[in-house]
Design a protein around this ligand. Structure first.
Ligand code: DQA
Length: 145
C-alpha cells in the first residue's frame, strides 16, 4: 500500500520560509512524522519534493503504476497548473490535496485550485499536520476496501 507524498516549489525551504505562515517544522520533520504514521497505518510512503513542474508530473505518472494514493501539496502550482491537474486525472487512486496555510484567508489568487477539480479530499490550514490527516484518510479508505 504505497502512498506518494508530493511537495511542490519552495517547500524545500519549509521552516525557514515565512514561518509566521508555514510554521517552524522543516520538510524533513514532516517526512519523519509521515513515515512513522505510515508504518502505524500499514502504508508505505514515498516522500518527494521538487521545484519543477515536470518532475512532479513524472512522479504522478510513476504513482499510476504503483500507488494507492497521493497526498499532494503542489505549492503555488496549485493555482496555475492545468498540467498537474491533468496528470492527477490519469491517476485512479485517492488524491488528497494539502495546504499548510488556510489559503482562503489569504490573497484571492490562492482561492482557486486546479487540484481541487480532481482531489477526493482537501485539507487546508491545519499546518503540517495536514499531511498526516491526508495519510489517515487514505489509510482508512484502504482498510475499508
Ligand atoms: C501552500 C499555499 C500556496 O498558495 C503557496 O503557494 C504555497 C504553499 C500551503 O501549503 O499553504 O507554496 O500550498
Amino acid at each position: 500500500n504505497l502512498v506518494y507524498v508530493l511537495n511542490g516549489p519552495n517547500l524545500n525551504l519549509l521552516g525557514k520560509r515565512q514561518p509566521h505562515i508555514y510554521g517552524h517544522e522543516t520538510l524533513a520533520d514532516v517526512e519523519r512524522d509521515c513515515t512513522a504514521l505510515a508504518t502505524e497505518l500499514g502504508l508505505e510512503v514515498r516522500f518527494l519534493q521538487s521545484n519543477w513542474e515536470g518532475q512532479i508530473i513524472d512522479w504522478i505518472h510513476e504513482a499510476r503504476e504503483t500507488a494507492v494514493g497521493i497526498v499532494i501539496n503542489p505549492g503555488a502550482f496549485t493555482h496555475t497548473s492545468v498540467a498537474i491537474m491533468d496528470a492527477l486525472n490519469t491517476f485512479e487512486g485517492t488524491v488528497i490535496e494539502v495546504h499548510i496555510s488556510n489559503v482562503h484567508k489569504r490573497e484571492s489568487f490562492r482561492h482557486h485550485s486546479y487540484m481541487s477539480l480532481r482531489a477526493d479530499g482537501i485539507i487546508v490550514g491545519c499546518g503540517t499536520q495536514g499531511y498526516q490527516l491526508g495519510l489517515r484518510r487514505i489509510g482508512a479508505l484502504v482498510a475499508a476496501a
